[in-house]
Design a protein around this ligand. Structure first.
Ligand code: SF4
Ligand code: SF4
Length: 220
């Protein structure tokens, strides 16, 4: 179901261009920061950009939007159709998600409030397949194991693209790891030739760089 995520990217409006690159990298150190200034003078592809830095690696995900990547660069991912594990949970909605969702669904039916934030709600499903252990799953997860939002509207909330990755916000920068739960439950890790690090724009919507707190650990 999430296979389409690698073609998806939430369109931004130049958020990244408004962010300044720090002179000194608080995570990677001054040597890397100097290398980055060289890189800024000579634009590189994402693949070339990461090749000269030891772990953790800095990658330009969208123009002007960089992330510090702290996972195995050889990690590959391809969503497995029969797996719907990550859709068993509610989804945090950013403001622009709420606007998008309001054009496609009834917010009163589909959303709930928790921790002072809006989420796509979970609901009990009258079926055995494609549910969590408690018999519930995302409001939009159908009995066919497909996301009705994606299937009918070719759209989904930004947070749905991030899994199996996790975003942390440290020293003013976005740092990306693989979620612990994904290591245990995601069937799509290391089953294809598609390297995650080469497709980060499909996992990390540009809107993340515009948020005061882009952490993705917040759950319903
Ligand atoms: S909105 Fe769609 S993609 Fe996101 S968790 Fe729900 S069913 Fe899955
Ligand atoms: S857990 Fe992994 S393989 Fe399963 S639906 Fe989610 S992204 Fe796809």
């Amino acid at each position: 179901m999430f296979a389409a995520r690698l073609q998806d990217s939430v369109a931004g409006d130049g958020w990244c261009a408004r962010l300044a690159t720090p002179d000194r990298d608080p995570i990677l150190g001054e040597t890397v920061a100097n290398d980055r200034r060289d890189a800024d003078r000579k634009p590189l592809s994402a693949t070339a950009r990461i090749s000269f830095v030891n772990e953790p690696r800095r990658v330009e995900v969208h123009p002007g939007c960089e992330a510090v990547v702290a996972f195995d660069p050889d990690l590959t991912f391809e969503c497995v159709d029969s797996c719907t594990w990550c859709c068993g949970h509610g989804v945090l909605l950013y403001d622009h998600d709420l606007l998008g969702l309001a054009q496609r669904a009834n917010l009163n039916d589909a959303t709930t409030t928790a921790h002072g934030e809006q989420f796509v709600r979970r609901e009990q499903k009258d079926r055995d397949d494609h549910t969590g252990d408690d018999g519930a799953a995302c409001y939009f997860l159908g009995e066919d194991g497909l996301c009705s939002l994606h299937a009918e509207h070719d759209w989904k909330p930004a947070r749905c693209s991030v899994f199996p990755l996790e975003v942390h916000y440290e020293n003013g920068e976005i740092r990306v790891t693989v979620r612990d739960e994904a290591e245990e439950h995601c069937e799509g890790l290391d089953v294809s030739e598609r390297r995650v690090i080469d497709n980060l724009d499909a996992f990390l919507p540009e809107v993340l760089w515009s948020l005061e707190n882009p952490e993705t650990k917040i759950e319903l």
